[in-house]
Design a protein around this ligand. Sequence first.
Ligand code: NDP
Length: 330
Amino acid sequence: VKQITFAARPSGLPDVSVFRFDEVELPPLQEGDVHLKGLYYSVDPYMRGRMNDVKSYSPPFRLEQPMEGGVVAEVVESKDSRFRPGDTVLGPYLPWAQEFVIGGDKFQKIDTSLAPPSYFLGILGMPGLTAYFGLLDIGKPKAGETLVVSGAAGAVGLVVGQLGKQLGCRVVGIAGTDDKIRMLKEEYGFDEAVNYHTPDLAAEIGKACPDGIDIYFDNVGGKVTDAVFKHLNFFARIPLCGQISSYNATSEPVGPRIQPVMLTLSILMQGFIVRNYGARFAEGIQYLAPLVKSGKLKFTETVVEGFEKLPDALLGLFAGKNTGKMIVKA
Ligand code: NDP
């Protein structure tokens, strides 16, 4: 079967040469092993961080080992009594191989009556939970407040914006193309949306937020965040979720000092990693799943067909090629 091996650590924006396609043989199953066939593979911005050999919340990818990430797979054969052929399962760190043999403790069954299987990599998976915990726990939205979310048309951002609307906020999204801006307003109920490629971003954000900004859910950092900072209100909260604009930086990203603004406006900013909330994932799913099932929370995916497209799909995240969750279908 085909496997995608992590072959070289990139500097700056990676290209496909950091990956290598290998043909590998599947080992025989030992007691406790399961043979899985990948159905849907997740590509996520955090994977860029794991390509660097630095200490972070996830260990670096190991050279000459398969890439790994969230995968929805089907059980082909099982020597673990909890799984039967035909079961659909999800693991957060499964190898980028078309099929593989792995211990049954590395994944869990998913309830495909709740939503299509790939949604467990998106709105009912890591990105959806990130939106839920970041917005509710750190953002603490109140009806009537203005919520701005960057990376608004992506996997996390779409959920943040819709949850904000449901909680009574005025919601403003920031994203990178006019099509995404239109979609946010026309299909996802955002009150306003701003394309960050506009020449005077701070002014556009000001127009979209006449009462200032009470919550800024930051997915991107950089210049977008600098512009948002000009419009923050007293006691604004900032769930610091992602900084994708700097993931490929080759020098230290610099910008205006934000401490004076944070001080004078009593702003609270908190970084978080969704894994911190591992003990509460069931609560998050319980909140999100009925909303998804009833259609009160919408979601979209960019589905790239073909296992061999995984590297392109991952790199596409850094060029904004996705709307909603970027998924690769085997
Ligand atoms: P998305 O689905 O939002 O995909 C990434 C998007 O980022 C692209 O579509 C693109 O949209 C935008 N983007 C790319 N480069 C830039 C740039 N230089 N400046 C501004 N925007 C850019 O990804 P996710 O929803 O999965 O993740 C969103 C963020 O949340 C990421 O930063 C990610 O690392 C973070 N995250 C954090 C988690 C946590 O636990 N803290 C968990 C999950 C995600 P556009 O066309 O608008 O530019």
